[in-house]
Each structure stands twice: as C-alpha cells, then as structure tokens.
Design a protein around this ligand. Structure first.
Ligand code: HEC
Length: 247
C-alpha cells in the first residue's frame, strides 16, 4: 500500500510542478481545447502572421494542418501561405539561422514541439507577461522567461504593460517586492480579455502542432482497450478449456 502511495505521489508531481515557472512565476492554466477547430484556425492565423517571420514548424506540413484543423487546401493557400511554399511543404521560414543569431543573440528555435518541451501553461503565460524594461535590448523583459532574447511581437495586440509591485518589509526589516499585477501603459488593439483569448488560441495551435495525432490516438485508444478487455475474456475461457483435463 505504501509503495502505491509513493508511486501515486510521483505521478502527481509533474502536475504540481507545472504550477510555477522555473523562476517561480505562478502559471495560470491555459484554457485550451484541441477539439475547438475555430480556435485552432485563429491560432494558425496568428502564428503565420506574428511568429513565422522568425520561427519555423519544421515537422508540420501545410496540407496536414489544413486537414486537421478543418480547412481546405485552397483556404490555406489563400490565407496562410505568404511565401512560395507549396501546400505539401513543411512550414519552414526564410530566415537564415546565422543571421538570426547575429540579430537576436540566439537563433529563434523551431516551435514544432515547444508545447511538449515547455508545457502549454508556460507558453500561455509567456505570451502574456512581456513588460517594459528599458535595460533590455528590445525594451521589454518577460516574467516567465527572464531576459528572453525575443521582442514582444504581439505588442500591437496587447499594448505595452508595466509590472505593479507591492512593497513590504519582512521579519528582518528588508524590503520585499511582490508582483501584484500589470498596468497597461499603452493600450493595444485588443482588450485584455480578448488578448488572453488570442494567446489561448495560439497556444492551442502549438499544442496541436506538438502532437498532431493526439485526438486520433485517443479515439483509436478506446477501441484498443475495448479489444483487449474482450480478448481477456476469450483467453480466460480458452485457458479454462485447455486445462480442464489436467486438473
Ligand atoms: C522577431 C523575431 C521573433 C518573432 C517574430 C517571434 N519570436 Fe519567439 N523567439 C525569438 C527569439 C530570438 C527567441 C530565443 C530567445 C532566447 O532564447 O533568449 C525566441 C524564443 C521563443 C520561444 C522559446 C521560449 C523558451 O522558453 O525557450 C517561444 C515559445 C517563442 N519564441 C514563441 C513565439 C511565438 C508564439 C511567436 C509569435 C507570437 C514568436 N515567438 C515570434 C524571436 C522571435
């Protein structure tokens, strides 16, 4: 029994640890839903418009994406491909890695599996916590990924915000700053709730890209389990039949 409890605790650990980023920033849960195709489509639109200038999706093909998120090849060709790429191509971008490294200090990583590497909550909060910081090269910093080499590319949508702190003294009398929220210094084209929704769509899309087969896998999985359950009954009856003369 003890062993089982220890095992259960281990299984629960990753779930618990995803509640804060490595730097201790509390991560709000990303409200994503892989069944929500309009959300995935909006996410794809945001991705090609705002992210693909720097990031590629080397393992994702345009036509596969079209099929999975409920678009036709022509809709993708007309609205989501801005380069000379063909519908069967992978979603690469044209930025040479060496130049990118020179411009940003770090080459923007391929984002095909970023949702699995970092978790969706991380991405959701990362996209929401850029804040003004004049000491940084692009004038912004980030709470989830401090000193990130990426500019706040969605600032037109979100606007620019600065952090608001509460200052209090701890038992030893030293001042402690705790983040209580953000203040919008310059509004964007979206309201704060709309911006949250946009980032949820984007993260939903990246979660889909991280494992395009997920929904199908779950659908097939149910049948596999049913089959195994049925097979167990059949094999049990067979075993009884084979052994009945021996005992
Ligand atoms: C102007 C170029 C540029 C654009 C556009 C851009 N990024 Fe980035 N991004 C970068 C760079 C550079 C890095 C590497 C930052 C680092 O490691 O310091 C990065 C890193 C990231 C990371 C990795 C964070 C980590 O923990 O490793 C994620 C996630 C990300 N970008 C998401 C996005 C999304 C989503 C968009 C579109 C909304 C986007 N980026 C648009 C340049 C860009």
């Amino acid at each position: 029994m003890k062993k089982i409890i220890v095992l259960l605790a281990f299984l629960a650990l990753p779930g618990l640890s995803s509640a804060t980023s490595a730097e201790g920033y509390p991560l709000a849960k990303a409200p994503i839903d892989l069944h929500d195709q309009p959300s995935l489509q909006r996410g794809a639109q945001l991705f090609v418009n705002y992210c693909m200038g720097c990031h590629s999706l080397d393992y994702q093909r345009y036509n596969r994406m079209a099929r999975d998120i409920g678009l036709t090849d022509d809709q993708v060709k007309d609205n989501l491909i801005f380069t000379s790429a063909k519908i069967g191509d992978t979603m690469k971008n044209a930025m040479p890695k060496a130049d990118a490294k020179r411009w940003f200090g770090v080459a923007p990583p391929d984002l095909s599996v970023i949702a699995r590497a970092r978790g969706v909550d991380y991405l959701y909060n990362y996209l929401q916590t850029f804040y003004l910081d004049p000491t940084r090269p692009f004038g912004v910093n980030n709470f989830v990924f401090p000193n990130a080499g990426m500019p706040h590319v969605l600032w037109e949508l979100q606007g620019m915000q600065k952090p608001v702190y509460a200052v209090h003294k701890d038992a030893a009398g030293t001042e402690v700053k705790t983040l209580t929220g953000f203040e919008l210094v310059q509004p964007g084209t979206l309201t704060p709730p709309e911006y949250k929704e946009a980032t949820a769509d984007l993260v939903n899309f990246l979660a889909y890209v991280g494992e395009p087969i997920k929904l199908e896998r779950q659908r097939i999985g149910i049948w596999v389990l049913l089959f195994l359950a049925l097979a167990t009954v059949v094999f049990y009856l067979l075993k009884k039949e084979y052994w009945k003369d021996v005992h």
